[in-house]
Design a protein around this ligand. Sequence first.
Ligand code: SF4
Length: 448
Amino acid sequence: MLCEFRARLAEGDAADRLLTVMLERLVEAGLLKSGGRQRTDATHVLAAVRTLSRLELAGETMRAALEELAEADGDWLLPLIEPEWDKRYGRKIEIGKVPGGKAGVTALAETFGRDGQKILAAAWAWDAPPRLRVLPQVEILRQVWVHHYYWDAAGHLRWRDGHALPPASLRFDSPYDTDAHYCVKRDTAWSGYRVHLTETCDSDRPDTVVHVATTTAPVQDGELTERIHDDLAEARLAPAEHVVDAAYIAPARIERALRVHGITLLGPVVPDHSHQAKSGGGFDKSAFTVDWDNEQATCPSGQLSRNWGPLLINGHDYIQVRFDKITCLACTDRPQCTTSATRPRALALLPTRELHEIQTATGWTSRPRTGSGATRSGPVSRPPSPRTSAPAAWRRSRYRGLARTHVQHVLTALACNLTRIADWITEPMTTRRRSTRFHALCTATAHA
Ligand code: SF4
């Protein structure tokens, strides 16, 4: 019964509606309001499936397809079964060290490959029952075989080298949860999902989780910034200030947040990685004066730029500004400006005046600023992760699939909110940040 209830919550946005109802009640009770300060952070979420090597994935995918076919139509499957398949696929695939090293691994993988190909060819034969080829595990078998095998020129099925695989965002890590994908962020590697939690952090009200977004692991944090703002605005809970870490910040996101929703996006300084900024005394981007009306820039030595035109870097639009080669080669400030021995200085500016001013005003360059800007209240320190008494409730999925994992996160957020509000009603000041026993002892000693 519980699993059916969860399945219903996973359909559409049913779980999110529960959170919406709670937040509406909190607004009515005066415990929550828009326009304050909120913070967002993300954490990794491990999928509720066993971690498999590539070889185990191939074997386990084949086994899962055989299990499903045996249940769906054992009579159809029986003539296809080879004598050694019971030993090979009769139980969970766990492969330790394979004799023969890399050649042994490839040979075993290609044995799995031939077995799988036999099943796929039979399922797609003209006389096979059409319902078999659309069974979920048979379709997963087909996709895993596309990801990990190829046909060579002689018509043999071959095991792909590791560097010839599709990106992690497309590959499956398990036949039992195809939404879970592998990802690496800083020093954490995992297969599963990410959860982005947004909570209020005003001193006069309880901290409340107001937005929960669950994504597959490879989705980058910055891709969520606009969605979070749009959702909060729709719920009439948009903050005045939104504190995030560097992964959510970009000049275009700062500009949009302010223009569309009136939200000031605050984040830590992203250092300018150009060699001019790193050297300390070099002429970084901020040392140049840009005249956007006349499409010209002036360098620290007073030279006006020669060229101004569009530039595409990794699919993003920029404006390239170039200076005169002869003047640059003769310039005495050249060592501070460029390391090129033969080329003039060039700049890659963000495509509009607003974005450029945000970029230079928020500390994206190391040069001290004197002007004022919409985000001059930054930089701010990294936001703490949304507080919760049970990190495992967020970081380990109990269910398979993105939709059910999201339901788990929303229900956890509801429980968190209830606990915090109960604490707040009982003892308002203690919900801000619970003191450790050691800290309480030190404080008591200091006041004694
Ligand atoms: S190298 Fe060129 S762009 Fe740089 S300061 Fe000298 S003249 Fe200006």
